[in-house]
Design a protein around this ligand. Sequence first.
Ligand SMILES: C[S@@+](CC[C@H](N)C(=O)[O-])C[C@H]1O[C@@H](n2cnc3c(N)ncnc32)[C@H](O)[C@@H]1O
Length: 377
Amino acid sequence: MVSQFSCAGIELDLYRYPKQQESNLQAWDAADEHLIKHIVENDITVKKTAIINDSFGALQCALIKREPTWPLFVETDAKTSLLGAKQNLEDNHLAQTNISHFNSRDLLPTDTQLVLIKLPKNLTYFAHQLQRLSQVLPAGTQVLIGAKAKSINKSLLAIIEQNLGPASASLTWKKTRVISCVTDGKLRKSLVQVTWPVEHLNLTISNLSNVFAANKLDIGARIMLDNMPKGEFNTVIDLGCGNGILGLRAAQLYNNANIHFVDDSEMAVASSQHNWEVNQLPTELGHFHWDDCLTHLDEEISADLVLCNPPFHQGEAITDHIAWQMFLDARRRLAPGGLLQVVGNRHLSYHIKLQRIFKNCKTVASNGKFVILQARK
Ligand SMILES: C[S@@+](CC[C@H](N)C(=O)[O-])C[C@H]1O[C@@H](n2cnc3c(N)ncnc32)[C@H](O)[C@@H]1O
């Protein structure tokens, strides 16, 4: 894996988070380099700069390396991105004193003078980010958006124009372009969360804009819900909870169980908490954690059941390293005899990983596309 970032005279050593992981993925991409090159070549100097969706801190590190006093407002929904940026700033001996952090529900400061955005995959989320910017940025503020050239088309430019101001794209460099937008100063309303009923379970589900399964049940979640483990469980972890559907169902099935909802996405954790409250589940039994897998979960929490519908991509990259980490963390946090139940696409072959980690693995249900697997500690 390449860790040496070198662009426009800025040299850095950058890693994904966690540093040790079963993947060879790089911590930045050419769109990060293009944004930095644009800033250096256009002589953009120190000003209050918001950075949005900086995967593992390449943009933050590059600006601080260029000028240690550069004031940064960093907005991210992903805990791995927050932790990755901190790790990279520390490893490159860069000051963090001028960096303030925001999640993707906060409003950024009104005195922001420049905004750098990495285009996310989820365009509904992107539109929501632009709408929130329209609520704070005065007319005439420069917003630079880095993206793969193939993701840039008329409809993307229209989304930017509708939600923030007129935009145009640069020439292509390393298959990426930088979109320049100048805010028009008009205030847009924020997207409200999407809400739908899961009638057969008597649940109401809401999703914030960056939460998996935007407006209907995921097919994997659906088959998991039809095959929830039977028995009594006291402490359940919904690992990679999304909108919390698996943990909410667990709360209905296992009387008085404490349910821990964990996700890398802050919006997912907030949606799970909202859904817990709206479905009138007992306040004292719902626990909500914004974390990278179970890295920072209180050591005293020991589960007898972990439910998991793992992700198989991180941003644009297809990867199974998060599933690996989730299974390893689940084993660490299960009490002896505790159960991990996983749903996954059949072709992902999770049974091989579970067998290696737990030395046992049972298929409890399957259809043409998905399998449900159980491993016991
Ligand atoms: C396939 S979705 C499952 C969502 C929900 N449990 C369901 O079944 O509909 C995977 C979830 O894992 C979360 N995730 C991705 N990386 C993670 C990580 N490192 N730690 C915790 N959660 C993560 C994603 O944000 C997403 O919500």
